[in-house]
Write a protein that binds this ligand. Structure first.
Ligand code: BGC
Length: 441
């Protein structure tokens, strides 16, 4: 792979870093914000979830904007939005402005969750596309881990403004970095700028024959009539949309963010009493999440997307079932507590090399070029809605259904996901983006 391609993908992946940081940082900051602004339970919950509402708005706007002004400018816009949101949140005089700032941050996260994987997949050569888009998920996990560490460091003095404000640093790097990055060659062909598009393709591929082949198939795919909203009437686009939305929702309703957002509460259920031990356990979750994503980077273009999904989902199913079993007892003393904790780590680890990266990868691959931006927007919106619902209702589910049934439900959804992948999802390993065809289209 050319170093150039790796550089371009890495800069774009910074969008993932911000995604992870901004969704992860609030868990530590909220304790102190609640104290400073004397928040009640409702307002506290809203301060946590308002970012997800911003994400929904950002996700739905981003695709159309990226189809109009280009991938590169939209990603830079995401950087600016982050920057403004982070500054407003850090310097806020009161709770209302804080909510506004966090909403704006969410819009930035929503933008980048659509555009970063889209841009990377359009710049990457087919042979390493999986690894490069997985780099984006890796950046998300690094962001989450960094957020846990920053929270830990600033917690001693309760400096939540620093926790929220430090997101300024990666935003500036993203904006600065994208200044020097090229536009996606696919977008350039789409807008008729063939000369620039061709020279971009030549920078991506060593072999001129390869870049010619790619140009041909991009042009071919652009012949699809009816771009824009109209295109969503076409059966192949609808089918892609069905797969994209389903995968995006399944990624969330198998429960990952219960562990990412509520880890410390779950540790308490498993019998870890002290705050410092639960912070330590949460950092371990963050580290496992991060390191196991490397497995995907290494294998996703070699063994393919579907085999990794099967292995990961089976592991998630087993781990969740064992958590459901352990949590069936009122007290998790000794061995049971250890089983519950180990199962959580296995669950996160299996997610990290399967459903985490591969969902983003697949939804950046399955849409035909003329509607790729919009298709990704809608799928990503579904992802954020799923995220919002699970994170809002997790504690209520535990209260109403009990812990075993809650984790048991997530386990059952893993099986549904395996069946879905088996029957609906195409294997896209090593295929040129334009050659990816869906079975029923
Ligand atoms: C998901 C996030 C999740 C993260 C955990 C991402 O792919 O979209 O909702 O928090 O993975 O690593």
């Amino acid at each position: 792979m050319r170093a150039y391609v790796l550089l371009v993908a890495s800069v774009a992946a910074l969008g993932g870093l911000l995604f992870g940081y901004d969704t992860g940082v609030i868990s530590g900051a909220i304790l102190f914000i609640t104290k400073d602004f004397e928040l009640g339970t409702r307002l506290q919950a809203f301060t946590i979830s308002v970012v997800l509402l911003g994400c929904m708005l950002g996700a739905i706007l981003a695709g159309g904007i990226a189809d109009r002004i280009g991938r590169r400018l939209t990603l830079m816009a995401a950087g600016f939005i982050f920057l403004i949101g982070a500054l407003v949140s850090a310097l806020t005089p009161n709770e209302a402005v804080l909510l506004g700032g966090r909403f704006v941050v969410g819009v930035g996260v929503g933008f980048s969750s659509v555009i970063a994987p889209l841009y990377i997949s359009e710049v990457a050569p087919a042979s390493v596309r999986g690894a490069l888009v997985s780099l984006y998920q890796f950046a998300i996990t690094v962001g989450i881990l960094v957020a846990y560490v920053v929270d830990y460091v600033f917690a001693a003095q309760g400096q939540w403004r620093w926790m929220l404000g430090l997101a300024v640093v990666p935003s500036l790097v993203l904006i600065g970095g994208m200044l020097g990055m090229p536009e996606s060659p696919r977008y350039l062909f789409k807008t008729g700028d063939a000369n620039r598009a061709r020279s971009e393709l030549q920078r991506i591929y060593d072999d001129p024959a390869q870049s010619e082949r790619e140009e041909e198939s991009i042009r071919d795919s652009l012949r699809m009539k009816a771009a824009g909203i109209e295109a969503f009437r076409r059966p192949e686009v609808r089918h892609a949309l069905f797969i994209g939305i389903s995968l995006a929702v399944l990624q969330q309703i198998t429960g990952i963010n219960t562990v990412i957002y509520y880890g410390p509460q779950i540790f308490q259920m498993a019998g870890i009493a002290s705050a410092s031990a639960s912070i330590l356990a949460q950092s371990l979750v963050g580290t496992v999440n991060c390191l196991m994503t490397l497995v995907a980077i290494f294998f996703v273009d070699r063994v393919g997307r579907k085999p990794l999904l099967y292995v990961g989902l089976t592991g998630m199913f087993l781990a969740l079932s064992s958590m459901a079993f352990a949590f069936a007892r009122p007290h998790l003393s000794g061995a049971l507590g250890t089983i519950a904790l180990a199962s959580m780590m296995v669950y996160v680890g299996c997610y990290a090399f399967s459903l985490g990266p591969i969902v983003w990868l697949l939804i950046s691959e399955i849409f035909p070029l003329p509607v790729r931006g919009r298709g990704m927007s809608v799928s990503t919106l579904a992802n954020w809605i799923g995220n919002f619902l699970v994170s809002q209702f997790f504690l209520t589910m535990v209260d109403r259904l009990g812990r075993p049934a809650t984790f048991g439900t997530y386990a059952a959804i893993c099986i549904v996901t395996i069946l879905f992948v088996r029957s609906m999802v195409p294997e896209t390993k090593q295929e040129l983006l334009e050659r990816i065809r869906l079975a029923r289209a």
